[in-house]
Design a protein around this ligand. Sequence first.
Ligand code: AMP
Ligand code: MG
Length: 493
Amino acid sequence: MNPPAHLKAELSGFKFDNSYAKLASALYQKQQPENTKNPSLLLLNHQLAKTLGLNPEVLEKEGAEFLGGNAVFTTATPIAQAYAGHQFGGFNMLGDGRAILLGEHITPENNRFDIQLKGAGRTVYSRSGDGRAALGPMLREYVISEAMCALGIPTTRSLAVVTTGETVYRDDAYPGAVLTRVASSHIRVGTFQYAATTQNHEVLAELADYTIHRHFPEIAEAENKYALLLEKVIDLQASLIAKWMHVGFIHGVMNTDNVSICGETIDYGPCAFMNSYDPATVFSSIDSNGRYAFGNQAPIAHWNLFRFAETLLPLLQADEVQSIAIAKGLLEKFPAIFLEYWLDGMRKKLGLFNQEADDLKLVEDLLMYMQKNKADYTNTFKTLGKDAIKAMQIYHDAGFQSWMRHWEARLSRQAETAAQSLALMDQSNPAIIPRNHLVEEALKAAVDHNNLKPLERLLSAISDPYNAREDYAEFMQAPEPAFDTYYKTFCGT
Ligand code: AMP
Ligand code: MG
C-alpha cells in the first residue's frame, strides 16, 4: 500500500488526532485496512461532511480511495479496538473484527469524532470472519442512523458508503461495501469488560480516565469520579432508551458490546421501527426468545449497566463490599430515571405541558387500546386530536373514545391553548419513520438493480421526519399487518 500525500488529507479537511492509539497497547492493535479491488463511492453525506468541516467536492473525487481503505491519510494511525461483550447473555472476547478506526477527526470547532471504516478487512479480532461487510447492511446502517439523527436521537452517523468491487459470501453472494461511521467515540460497555479481563487495574483506570476526559471532563477532578462516571452512563442510557421508545425503535441486538458509553445508538444490525404497537415486537431473526423485544429494552439496558458497573468495582473503592454498595445504590435508580425520561416524552407526545399524578395511567391506557386494536404507533400519535384519526380503526373502539374524552379533559386543565398542544404534539410525534417495507424496497433496488433512486427518496423523506408532507405520502402509510408477521431482519454481517 502506498500512503497518499499528506496534502490530500488536508485538502479533504480531515485533521486526525489519534489519542486512543496512545493508550495502553492492550486496548487495540495497529491495523491497516485491506485493499479492495475496485473501490467506488456510492453515497456521500454532504451535509454531514460540511458539519465536520470536510470538503465534499474533494471527497467526491478522492473518497473512494480513502474511505474504501486503499489509501490511508498519512496523519492517521489506524487501529482495531479490543472489546468483549455479553452477546444474548453469554460472555465473549470480541473486538473490531471488520472495522478499522482511522483515528479521531478534529473539527474546526474543535470537536472530536471517531472516523471508522466498517467492512475494511480482517484484523486480529476477526476470528473466523472475513472482515468484510455486504452492501445491503451498510446501506441499512446509513439510512437508519441518519433517520435517528433527524429524529433527534443520539446516534453514530454515516459519512459514506464505498462499494469494493468484491463479492462477500453469506447465505448468498453479495456486493461488498465499506461504511464510514462517525461517532463521538467507540468506547463501549464491552470495552470496559475487555479492560476488566486484563486484570490490570492500571489499564482499566487508564480507560476510565480517558473516557472521563473525553466525554465527561466536568467530573475529571472529582474525588469520586468513577462513581460519577457510572452515574453519567446510567443517565445517558436511560435517556437514550426512552427516546427509542418514543419513536418505536427496536435496536434488535443490545449486547453489551453494542452499548456506547457516551449514550449514542450504535451498531445498526437487525434494528427496525415498530408499526403496530405491541411491546413484544421482535424483528431480529436471531432473537427467538425476544430478549431484545421492543418492551424489554429498558430492563435490558439496566442489565447491561450492571455489567458496566461490575467492571468499575476495582476503581470505586479499595474495599469491594463498599464498591458494590456504591454501584448498587446508583444502579437501583435506573428504573425511576428511565420512567421520568419516558413519561416526560410521552407527555409531549400527548400535548401535555404540565404534570398530573394520573399521567402514567393515561399513557398506559392509550397504549393498551393501541395494542388491542393493532394500531400503528406512529400514525396514532400523529393523528391524535386531528380529523385523520377517524380513519383509524382504533377510533371505533368505545374504550378508546372514552380515553379520548379523558385526554381532552386533561388537556383542558392546563394553561396552554389547544393550538399550543397541537404544536407540541407535532414537534414530538414523527410523521415519517423509515418503514421496514420501504427500507427493504430501497435496499433491494440499490443492491440488486443498481438503482439508487428509491434510496435517495427514502433519505430525503427521513431527513425531515416531524413534518407530514403530502409528496411523501407513502412514507406515512403503515404496511398491511401481514407484512410484520413475516418481516425478519438479519444481523449486519
Ligand atoms: P456485530 O454483530 O456487528 O455487533 O459484531 C459482533 C462481533 O463480530 C464484533 O466483534 C465484530 O467485529 C465481529 N464480526 C462481525 N462480522 C464480522 C466479519 N464479517 N468478519 C469479522 N468479524 C466480524
Ligand atoms: Mg457490534
